[in-house]
Design a protein around this ligand. Structure first.
Ligand code: 5GP
Length: 204
């Protein structure tokens, strides 16, 4: 990726930490931020819309996407597959716009291997009790799924060390402020700017 390409932001963290809610609030504040819509084999939840929340796929369709190398990353999570369509991300970045992926940690680690220049944000819960309450409070999960998601969350928190930033999601708007500050700072990094100044110097 060149200096003028967009930033690849990866927002990751345990299930129930509020990635979706934070992403939604962030998109309201930053309409220029492009959200990558994932493919999944999970059943739609009430109110979820095809192409907006996810591209809902059968297992066969998902496997075909893997075979065709159409996914930038993919992971199996609590019995379902989730993956990021590759072309959309690559084309959006090349057009100079920032893209945000909201994905779980196994996928984030795959993206890090392919795009080490990505910016990896770990959204952390204020504490584990709070995380449990949020997963239960959502009211959409079975007891088994709650147990699986909690044990997955613990394993996911241990992978925090692979990230660039940790954002605690205590209050949604505060978490958004922190993420917005990170995006601003990343755009101001010397390596993203120096080429413009070098060009000017050559011209005078
Ligand atoms: P949910 O079933 O609650 O919508 O999502 C379950 C988990 O899958 C969440 O942690 C969510 O961030 C993650 N996820 C959603 N899309 C993707 C994706 O494209 N790739 C990966 N690796 N994880 C995803």
């Amino acid at each position: 990726m060149g200096n003028d390409s967009g930033l690849l932001l990866v927002l990751s963290g345990p299930s129930g930490v509020g990635k979706g809610t934070v992403c939604k609030a962030l998109r309201k504040r930053m309409p220029e931020l492009v959200y990558s819509v994932s493919a999944t084999t999970r059943q739609p939840r009430a109110g979820e819309v095809e192409g907006v929340n996810y591209f809902f796929k059968t297992k066969e369709e998902f496997k075909k996407m893997i075979e065709e190398d159409a996914l930038l990353e993919w992971a199996e999570y609590v019995g379902n597959y989730y993956g990021t369509p590759r072309r959309f991300v690559e084309e959006t970045l090349a057009s100079g716009r920032d893209v945000i992926l909201e994905i779980e940690v196994q996928g984030a680690l795959q993206v890090k291997q392919k795009f080490p220049q990505g910016i990896f944000l770990f959204l952390a819960p204020p504490d584990l009790t709070e995380l449990h309450n949020r997963i239960v409070g959502r009211g959409t999960e079975t007891e088994e799924s709650i147990r699986d998601r909690m044990s997955m969350a613990k394993a996911e928190i241990e992978l925090m060390d692979n990230y660039d930033y940790v954002v605690v999601n205590d209050v949604i708007e505060a978490a958004c402020d922190r993420i917005q500050a990170i995006i601003t700072a990343e755009h101001l990094k010397k390596d993203r700017q120096i080429h413009k100044f070098r060009k000017w110097l050559k011209e005078v």
